[in-house]
Design a protein around this ligand. Sequence first.
Ligand code: DMJ
Length: 934
Amino acid sequence: MSEPGGGRGFGSSVPQRAPWSLVAATAALCLVSATSVWTAGASPMSREEKQKLGNQVLEMFDHAYGNYMEHAYPADELMPLTCRGRVRGQEPSRGDVDDALGKFSLTLIDSLDTLVVLNKTKEFEDAVRKVLRDVNLDNDVVVSVFETNIRVLGGLLGGHSLAIMLKEKGEYMQWYNDELLQMAKQLGYKLLPAFNTTSGLPYPRINLKFGIRKPEARTGTETDTCTACAGTLILEFAALSRFTGATIFEEYARKALDFLWEKRQRSSNLVGVTINIHTGDWVRKDSGVGAGIDSYYEYLLKAYVLLGDDSFLERFNTHYDAIMRYISQPPLLLDVHIHKPMLNARTWMDALLAFFPGLQVLKGDIRPAIETHEMLYQVIKKHNFLPEAFTTDFRVHWAQHPLRPEFAESTYFLYKATGDPYYLEVGKTLIENLNKYARVPCGFAAMKDVRTGSHEDRMDSFFLAEMFKYLYLLFADKEDVIFDIEDYIFTTEAHLLPLWLSTTNQRISKKNTTSEYTELDDSNFDWTCPNTQILFPNDPLYAQSIREPLKNVVDKSCPRGIIRVEESFRSGAKPPLRARDFMATNPEHLEILKKMGVSLIHLKDGRVQLVQHAIQAASSIDAEDGLRFMQEMIELSSQQQKEQQLPPRAVQIVSHPFFGRVVLTAGPAQFGLDLSKHKETRGFVASSKPYNGCSELTNPEAVMGKIALIQRGQCMFAEKARNIQNAGAIGGIVIDDNEGSSSDTAPLFQMAGDGRDTDDITIPMLFLFSKEGSIILDAIREYEEVEVLLSDKAKDRDPEMENEEEQPSSENDSQNQSAEQIASGSQEVDLVDQEPPEESSLNSHPESLSPAVTDNAASISPSEQNFNPTENHETTSLDGECTDLDNQLQEQSETEEDSNPNVSWGKKVQPIDSILADWNEDIEAFEMMEKDEL
Ligand code: DMJ
């Protein structure tokens, strides 16, 4: 084994023509000199302030890690709202998301190298001992191969890398004898059976104890996997091979990569999102840089950096060229079809693509990195966090945010590349938002809905593995980290692997499939990490000058079609037809439709269906206009649909020790006080008697002036509301009687009236699923007096209290003070009013996406015809079956109380198969994100 730090370069395989490739090793190296050339722009941040922010990150990490260790360990993850461990099988299943959990103390392993980066060497030593003592890798549990590789194998290898570094320094870890590496090897062998396919692509899941296929394994029947799932193994597997000398791991990972490369779409050089692991056929042919593909690209470039193997760079550059040609529309990155790469596959972006600017820095392509990062930052400024998906005109498409680190990662790399203090300010905002909106007494909670500020009982392990590393390193000077970070490369989970591995145990036979297809010349290297002098030719304001034109890109966004309209106006050409202007009775419009390949089908029931066949368009420009028109039509219709729905509401616990920190997602009512129009209602809670609220209350004195808690069931919602209102309650919260139900696992719905006039109900009523409701009930048991705020969006806490709580006066204070102690400083919370949410739509669950549009045509066409736009494929009938989505919605409305036809999201909606097909594509994409990548 080479000496750490002994072989910083790439070994002899690095070509002479790329002397700069040494600086490509990490992004930090890429533009080191840029820091010193910076002279103006955003005000520089003082060393003191950077240190203060660094200390704040340390305190936040302690809060997250300390609560995990105290309340969750040895469970895989912390549930920060209920303050306990998430143990698979003991909580309601969240579906594929749970495949990351293998009963192997995931968060502890994922946090190992973070402890060293954050200079917590003593804690690292303790943590390693715990892993060696407690962690069992032989559980009868089916886990995701991808997640287990990046989080657990990567975590063990990152821990090992830093353990040997510390041991060599001579102070800590003197007892360490490669035990983490032995565990990593054991895990590596456990994952190998997944590769037993003819293609060499791994099965997506494996049973840690029984492997694949055997009946006991309960897995091995899958046929598809995502590209990132099959293509994100090489760093960990190669490191394992090189650390141990067992070449099989690197060989298997290379074989999977070789197969993906072979299968790329040859004319576009793009890959799809999902591939059949047996046949190699693309199952999903859309292609972007976010969910499902992201880290495949990342690993090609980083494999080159770590292993010094040209073929990886060649492949990366070939793909990168295609990405920049088809997917990159700065500042946007939009999915396309691999066979028709000029056509966008969707009109929204997902949050996972936020890692891409960081990768572009490593590549050395700074301009588009700055542009995309700036766009993402503006979305964050609007919603405090990056929603899981947002549209091209920056509306929230999927409102969840599980504290993902990708944006922090890109911010760190851009700062290293540009030295522009603007990126420090960005990091500061991220820290503030995390403390303000995600911090709860027992850790940090994911956002269930960035618009309402409501929480989810979830703190994913990647939050500790990645977020704190990148934030800490952003503010750290070289001397703040006890080793040289530039000797390591970050895996996709931010685990650290030493660059000296490039020259160790290079016994793998390399099959260079690349040159069969790509003619290599110097241009293949053109983009990669050029010299800093070329990037910043004496222009210290480089980054700022790129951001400037994008200053208001989000606030003043106009749909892309509008840009085209303006362009055509300037050029004198006729502007393309906009969906909102379309009238089915206007012959000129019908003519334009025809040119765009869009046909109009009059259905028997009087409705009209739109179908586009790009091939029938008069020209490729008309085909593009047609596609845009169809997309606009879908968006317009769904937007109108959403506008008819009530958005979710928030129940915020404001009394001690919560002080507004815990926010629960609540369903609204179609009757009673409308919280979006009125001020929020605040009050102490009291359980009604009878608890179901179905008859006159026997404890009016207890609920008088309070917010009554009532159990769901046995009578109509409106009846419950009348009974508690008559008893003097100022509001009501209906708690689901279905034990274990949660808005994590069930689509939210709105409570309907009882078919009678409900104007007499004047108090606000909200609905909580059982799990969210029990957080309030538990709080009553523990603290007796529990005060809540019912509103349309969680409100800020009192700024004074916030200062006391979140700006620790010294590092020691901050690290020793528990959140509860901090919070108990003030009982009086003066809540600040906020603007109502900007979107009136609700999509906190993919299932709640409203699928159809049919009743809204009046605003589009005076003829009150209904439109059924479909994208680019044939559709013949409107009478398609309801999809699962509709069935789920339907189910939600079939309870005894909610018999009103308007009760559940989208129930008013008439299903149309072609619209559903489009929405289903979105939903599938979301599901895939959950399934394959967290
Ligand atoms: C992490 O587990 C990894 O970064 C992965 O590649 C994608 N997403 C999550 C965090 O969002």
